[in-house]
Design a protein around this ligand. Structure first.
Ligand SMILES: Cc1ncc(COP(=O)(O)O)c(C=O)c1O
Length: 358
């Protein structure tokens, strides 16, 4: 997701009147990736038994939290990311929302937090989207990014889980990542700093996985790269993932991606791409991928909710740059067209991946 908003933007939006119009008064043709606050957020709190009370919608804005909250002191927090898409007929749909609910549950178990049930999660997402529906961009202009958070909001002094957790959802409209679907990434393989270690939290969407990669990503960007491809922390020989997306390599008819072994995030786009690739007749391998295989690949691409399916034009490792096929006839382009077609409703969803928000 894009950069943080300025506090002045926030104030402007707080004053914004909430009308009944179909679309917010916004320049949809110039929608970017920075935070655009919308009208409402959703909040729900757990009680001492770990059950959540009935949640509610409240105007988007700041909220109070204990200075001793476990999320602030010990990083007891998770986030999710998914999108609501406007179909050509004006209706709104979500993509694989239950998968996000399940991933949050898995993360909550790892961080000793109660989590909303799948039903509570899906209902909360739907309510939040409906309350902010004038911010779901017109068909073809982008999507409404939905950010569910789960945090240890209760105060603790000694290291330990919070006595109370807060589930919160906010949203922001975002543009189409690359309007022509093909602006490729140039990646730098990072062999100094690790993202996730075996036994750590790399396999869940813990907030603590992200700030530690800022340094490597900023340094790579300063050198002109788009992002960093991290290696496994144990041996430094195998590729794992990019700072906020999964990675695939293509060699002939075989598409490979690192297996899920606790150090990479089980991406929902990754899972969908594997299924689509099998449907197209490719052989798909989930395995440990040594750097040498990446260097020799025909194609490399990244997958994630924010980036969609994003081709990689080059990867640099120890000052050597490998280049890859991108563009109209690439495998990633074919997969991208199908995935975005299903997400936006212009390709029939035969897999039950989408759900209308009504
Ligand atoms: C570290 C990391 N890997 C992969 C992904 C892709 O996951 P998904 O396809 O579910 O968005 C994300 C984004 O959520 C991420 O933060």
């Amino acid at each position: 997701m894009g950069s943080a908003q300025s506090s002045s933007t926030h104030k402007v939006n707080e004053k914004r009147s909430i009308g009944k119009e179909k679309y917010a008064n916004f320049d949809w043709d110039n929608l970017g990736f920075s935070l655009t606050p919308t009208d409402y957020m959703y909040i729900m709190k757990s009680n001492k038994d770990g059950n959540f009370s009935k949640g509610s919608l409240t105007p988007y804005g700041t909220f109070e939290i204990s200075p001793a909250a476990a999320v602030l002191n010990y990083g007891q927090g998770l986030f999710e990311g998914l999108k609501a898409y406007r179909k050509e007929d004006g209706r709104i749909q979500l993509f694989r929302v239950e998968e996000n609910a399940n991933r949050m549950k898995m993360g909550a178990e790892r961080l000793l937090m109660p989590s909303p049930s799948v039903e509570e999660f899906v209902n909360a997402v739907k309510q939040t989207v409906l309350a902010n529906k004038r911010w779901v961009p017109p068909y073809g202009k982008g999507s409404l990014y939905i950010r569910p958070l789960l945090m240890g909001s209760g105060g603790v002094l000694g290291i330990g889980p919070a006595p109370e957790c807060t589930f919160l959802i906010f949203t922001s409209p975002i543009g189409i990542w690359y309007k022509d679907g093909s602006k490729p990434k140039s990646l730098l393989i990072e062999d100094g700093l690790s993202r996730a270690a075996p036994g750590g939290t790399g396999g869940v969407k813990s907030i603590t996985n992200y700030a530690p990669v800022f340094e490597a990503v900023n340094e790579a960007k300063a050198k002109g790269f788009t992002d960093v491809l991290f290696l496994d922390a144990a041996t430094g020989k195998y590729i794992e993932e990019v700072s906020s997306c999964n990675v695939f390599i293509v060699k002939g008819n075989i598409i490979s991606t690192p297996g899920i072994q606790g150090t990479i995030l089980p991406g929902i786009t990754r899972k969908s791409v594997i299924e689509l690739a099998l449907d197209f007749g490719y052989q798909v391998e989930e395995r440990s991928i040594p750097v040498e295989d990446v260097i020799e690949a025909d194609e490399v691409f990244c997958t994630g909710t924010a980036v969609g399916i994003s081709p990689v034009s080059s990867i640099t490792y120890k000052n050597k740059r490998a280049k890859y096929k991108t563009g109209a006839k690439s495998v990633s382009q074919k997969l991208c067209e199908t995935l975005t077609g299903i997400q936006s409703g212009c390709i029939k969803d035969t897999k039950g991946w989408t759900v209308l928000v009504e």
